[in-house]
Each structure stands twice: as C-alpha cells, then as structure tokens.
Design a protein around this ligand. Structure first.
Ligand code: NAD
Length: 441
C-alpha cells in the first residue's frame, strides 16, 4: 500500500520504517527541514536500536522517502499522524501540532486534483478521549467533495525496543466508525498480527481511552511497588523477593513491578496528567491516578533523603559525586522528564562537583544541563568514579549489571545509592561498600 506517516520522531520514524520494511511505499513527512535533510542521508536524529539499518535499507530500495512538503504525499490517501501531543502548563494536552498536521492535510486535499476518492487518517499520537470527534467536526467544516475517515490507532511501542515492539505487537487497536478504515488497518498490520490475531476493533473513544488507561495502569504498578518498598526499608526484607513472590501470581505478573526512583519519560508523566485533565473536564475525581502521580513525585525526594540523612549540607558541599545513567531509562537517549536529570538538578547546587556517565544520552544531557557549572561528563565508568566520594545510579542500563566491581573501590566514602536496585548487595558488602537501594532493607 502507499501510505504517509506524519511526524518523524520516535513513533513516526519507527512506524514509517517498519511499514516500509513490510513492503509498503511510505512517505514520511516532518515540518523540521533539518530532520528531513539528515533522514534523507539515513542519519537518525535519536538513538533507537535497529532503526538506522531499517531506514537505510528501505531508503535504498525506495520503499521509504522523506519530505517536508505535504504536497508530496497527497496521492497516498492513507495517513498515519504521529506528531507530539505534549503537556501544557495547565495540565491539558497540547493538540496544536495534531490540528496543524490535520489542517495541512485538509488544505492539500482541497487543492489536490484527484477529488473523487476517499482518504483515511489514522491518529497514532496519544490523544485524550473526544479528540477524534473534534477532528471529525473540523473535517466536516471544510465541506470537502469526498469523505475522510478519522480513526484512532494508538501506539504502544517502548523506546529502546521500539522496532521489535512495532514488529511484534501485543495488540493492534483500531478505534473507528469506518469499516473501510478498519479493513485497511487490518491489511497493513496483517504480516505482524496474523499469528496472535490480537487485532482489537473499538469505537474511537474506547481506543483513545485504552492508550491512556494502559499507561496509567503500568504507572500505577510502579507507584504501588515503590510504596511497598518503603515498608521493606523500614521493617527489613527485600523488595526484589517481594516482587518475585507477588509476580508469580499470573493475575499480578512481575512486569513493571520494579522499585526505583519512579517513572519519567516522554509518555507516563504527560499522559497521566492528560488523563487527570480529562477526568476533571468530566467533573470526576480520579483519586487513584492522582495518588499514582503523587507517589511518583515523592519517590525522587524519598531517594534523595537517603543521601541527605547521611550528609549534612556542609559535608555535602565538599563532595564530588558520580551519577550513572541520565536517560529516563535504559537503551535510549531520551531525557524527557528523566528522573536522573531531576536528581542532577537537585544535587548540583548542594555538592562540589558531579561526574556523569551515560553511554547513550550524554549529548542530550549536555544541552539540558548546560547552565550547571559543576557538571562534567565522562566517557567510561572508570573515569566517572575516579576521585569521587559516592555513586548514585539513576538509570537501569544493562552495563550496570555486570562491570568490573574493583573500580568501585576508588569511591572515597565507600557508599553507593542505587536508585534502580541494580547492584548485588552481597558483592557490595564483600567490597565493604555501604549500599543503599530502594526497599532493600
Ligand atoms: P517526537 O517529539 O519525538 O516527534 C514528533 C515529531 O513530529 C517531530 O519530529 C516534529 O518535528 C513533528 N511534527 C510536529 N508538528 C508537525 C506537523 N504539523 N507536521 C509534520 N510533522 C510535525 O514525539 P514522539 O515521542 O514520537 O511521540 C509522538 C506521539 O506518540 C505523542 O503523542 C506520544 O505521546 C505518542 N507516543 C510516544 C511513544 C514514545 O515512546 N515516544 C510511545 C507511544 C506513543
């Protein structure tokens, strides 16, 4: 099929490259001319495993092309919109990019020569309930000579494993009133969904809510285990044992039950705030979801208090500390709403110096932290702990599971604050390192 993907960010580029890999002819549109220029040369503006190869391969075989002109995609007739839907200060969802993309498409439709065939727009961006209906009204106002279907097709990929998630989805959800749109969507996803057959057809409203509710549920699991972890910090026990014990129950399952410094990233924080806003508009008080957010906001403070309990402000002001991991999670360079970034910003005015190590996200972190004068970035784990007093781990990067533990012996205070429970307590005590995890007694 010939399709257009609008937006070439984490979701758009993965969608475009994967649909191209599945044999479709895909035009990917972005308003950022700079991004399009580099994408035309197979240069990916962010880190996502496996994506660069896919883009390069499909550019070469001409299944994939990039443009900043909507007019270039006007013949495609099937459009996937993947632009950002960030949070406004008020907590509401900023749909300006989405509506701008829709307006650009509609403008092109009106100017197009071929006015007689139907167009289908699928919204992959995460949108609050009621958005599809709003877009439908916008389309009606244009009084077009042909019909345009608007459907919700939320994306569930995870940064760091986005290509794999797209190609092996747990489910594909399509929320639409149009049978033709559902048929097109089923056809497009058939090569990756035929085995599991988890193609879920819903109303637009259900589809919009499925995405928000899924993220809110996962976030609630994280806040739940973080709250329980406080109990093990007080009474003893180990939250990892509790996770295994609880998670063995298939009704609970152990995924997303890792205690830590709380969730960040470009999705959970904004989607929970957006969801709360939708509840507010409906005059319903979302007590559970608000509690999830509150527990999460408190979790970073809870972790920082572990440091403040051991060091007076005066002592802390003389310390050089090391932070491992600055992205919001492993295997990505995305630092949006990263708890690691927030921890650096909180500690920077209180300590003498911070050495930061992250294998992937340093470029983004440098931009974000450019106004902090006591920060330095390190290329290796070893150089980051040299002359440092203590170590703080804020990202769950795989390399922190297994590295040469001897390099930790250079820590002058023999202390580690592990915000992701990565390190082995026995190994730390063998090195005579005082270890502070989350909920590990
Ligand atoms: P992003 O910020 O990485 O990318 C958005 C892209 O859209 C940018 O390249 C921007 O230049 C482009 N854009 C903005 N306005 C445009 C317009 N009018 N026309 C063409 N291009 C335009 O965003 P993202 O992380 O890919 O997220 C996109 C959507 O998908 C959001 O709604 C997000 O909540 C949702 N989502 C994200 C993830 C994720 O892990 N990042 C997962 C699932 C869903």
């Amino acid at each position: 099929m010939k399709i257009s993907v609008i937006g070439s960010g984490y979701v758009g580029l993965v969608t475009a490259a994967c649909f191209a890999e599945l044999g479709n002819k895909v035009t990917c549109i972005d308003i950022s001319k700079q991004k399009i220029q580099s994408l035309k040369q197979s240069k990916i503006p962010f880190y996502e495993p496996g994506l660069e190869n896919l883009v390069e391969k499909n550019l070469k075989c001409k299944n994939l092309s990039f443009t900043s002109k909507y007019a270039d995609a006007i013949e495609d007739k099937i459009y996937f919109i993947c632009v950002g839907t960030p949070q406004r200060k008020s907590g509401s969802v900023n749909l300006d990019y989405l509506f701008a993309a829709i307006d650009s498409l509609l403008k092109e439709f009106q100017q197009g020569i071929d006015q007689d065939s139907k167009r289908h727009i699928f919204i992959k961006s995460t949108i609050p309930p009621g958005t599809i209906r709003k877009i439908e009204k916008k389309v009606l106002l244009r009084k077009l000579n042909f019909s345009v279907s608007i459907s919700s097709n939320p994306e569930f990929l995870k940064e760091g494993s986005a290509v794999n998630d797209f190609m092996k989805p747990d489910r594909v959800v399509i929320g639409s009133d149009s049978n033709t749109a559902k048929k097109i969507c089923k056809e497009l996803y058939k090569p990756i969904i035929w085995k599991s057959n988890r193609f879920i057809e819903t109303t637009p409203e259900s589809s919009e809510i499925i995405k928000y509710a899924s993220n809110a549920f996962l976030a609630t699991k994280i806040s739940f285990i973080n709250e329980i972890a406080k109990l093990t910090d007080f009474y003893g026990g180990d939250i990892n044992e509790i996770r295994s014990g609880m998670g063995s129950d298939v009704r609970i399952n152990p995924n997303f039950l890792y205690a830590g410094i709380g969730f960040g990233g470009s999705c959970f924080p904004k989607d929970l705030t957006g969801l709360i806003h939708s509840f507010k508009k409906a005059k319903i008080n979302p007590e559970l979801i608000k509690a999830t957010v509150n527990v999460n906001n408190e979790q970073k403070e809870y972790f920082l208090r572990k440091i403040y309990k051991l060091y007076s402000p005066k002592e802390l002001s003389k310390k050089t500390i090391t932070i491992w991991g600055i992205a919001f999670k492993s295997n990505t360079d995305d630092i949006r709403e990263s708890v690691g970034i927030k921890i650096v910003k909180a500690l920077s005015p209180k300590v003498a110096k911070i050495n930061i190590y992250d294998a992937i996200a340093i470029k983004n972190a440098k931009n974000e932290l450019s106004n902090l004068s006591n920060i330095s970035f390190n290329k290796t784990l070893a150089s980051s702990v040299k002359n440092s007093h203590f170590l703080v781990i804020t990202t769950d990067s795989k390399e922190f599971w297994s590295f040469d533990h001897d390099l930790l012996t250079t820590l002058q205070d023999n202390r580690i604050f592990d915000g992701r429970n990565m390190l082995d307590i026995d190994a730390m005590s063998a090195l005579e390192i005082e270890y502070f995890g989350i909920g590990r007694g």
